[in-house]
Design a protein around this ligand. Structure first.
Ligand code: HEC
Ligand code: HEC
Length: 198
């Protein structure tokens, strides 16, 4: 039996099958901010709206400051104990993809998406203010050498980001939809990508 199958069966027997997914919060659209005349103030307000997604547990759990990812809406340390390891994909004997498949595994409640692994320390968000996260996301030295256009593309299309709206189990999905989130980030960039005060 493959190790992943074995772990899957093990988890299936240990964890209860999840019920229906809880309702997520709505997101405003860029048009809702048209009344803010000052462009920089409008830009900050757009990022604060997008921040409802960025600061949701679905994103934060995978952008930890320390060695361990977190789980659940209360963001408790990952159980079983796993660490990011040298390449952010787990320790040699405890790779993330041993348990996390390319899609959610509903019977055992294990979330999944292609290339499941933890965000590098440079991209850590937990415990940081939205303003600090904003500055970090714009900084090519800390955002994986991405331009603002590439940041938009990542937010709007990346599969790990997209998982936030299809988290499986009883997890609450990120607010709004990924399309709406992408539109907010696009509008934020077009208004000068101003950051809230850290
Ligand atoms: C399963 C883990 C996982 C989840 C869940 C996740 N991320 Fe990430 N995130 C990563 C990894 C890994 C990287 C680094 C990828 C790279 O640089 O190619 C990353 C990088 C990023 C980046 C790029 C650079 C930067 O400045 O941080 C953004 C933006 C981002 N994630 C947004 C989000 C948002 C928004 C959500 C929630 C809707 C989310 N992520 C959920 C793992 C995750
Ligand atoms: C031994 C199996 C196993 C390994 C290895 C593992 N995980 Fe998990 N992970 C789980 C299970 C099971 C859950 C679901 C727990 C729950 O929701 O109660 C989970 C949940 C998560 C969540 C929570 C998602 C959310 O928003 O609630 C994140 C984030 C996560 N894992 C990241 C990782 C990362 C990153 C790695 C590698 C460093 C990893 N996991 C390695 C079994 C594992």
């Amino acid at each position: 039996m493959r190790l992943t199958t074995f772990v899957g069966l093990l988890l299936a027997t240990c964890l209860a099958a999840p019920a229906a997914m809880a309702q997520s919060a709505p997101l405003k659209s860029p048009a809702d901010f048209a009344g803010i005349a000052d462009e920089a103030a409008r830009s900050r307000a757009l990022f604060e709206e997008a921040g409802k997604v960025i600061q949701s547990p679905r994103c934060q759990n995978c952008h930890p400051v320390g060695a361990r990812p977190t789980q659940g809406d209360d963001m408790h340390p990952h159980l079983p104990l796993v660490v990011r390891g040298a390449d952010d994909q787990g320790a040699i004997a405890m790779r993330c993809i041993t348990c996390h498949q390319t899609a959610n595994f509903q019977p055992a409640g294990v979330p999944g998406a292609p290339k499941w692994h933890v965000a590098p320390v440079a991209m850590a968000w937990q415990g940081k203010s939205l303003g600090a996260i904003c500055e970090q996301i714009k900084d090519p030295a800390r955002n994986g050498k991405r331009s603002l256009a590439q940041i938009h593309d990542h937010m709007a299309h990346d599969e790990l980001v997209g998982w936030g709206w299809h988290p499986g189990g009883t997890r609450i999905a990120a607010p709004g939809t990924q399309v709406q989130f992408g539109e907010l980030i696009d509008a934020w960039i077009k208004t000068g990508a101003a950051c809230p005060t850290p």
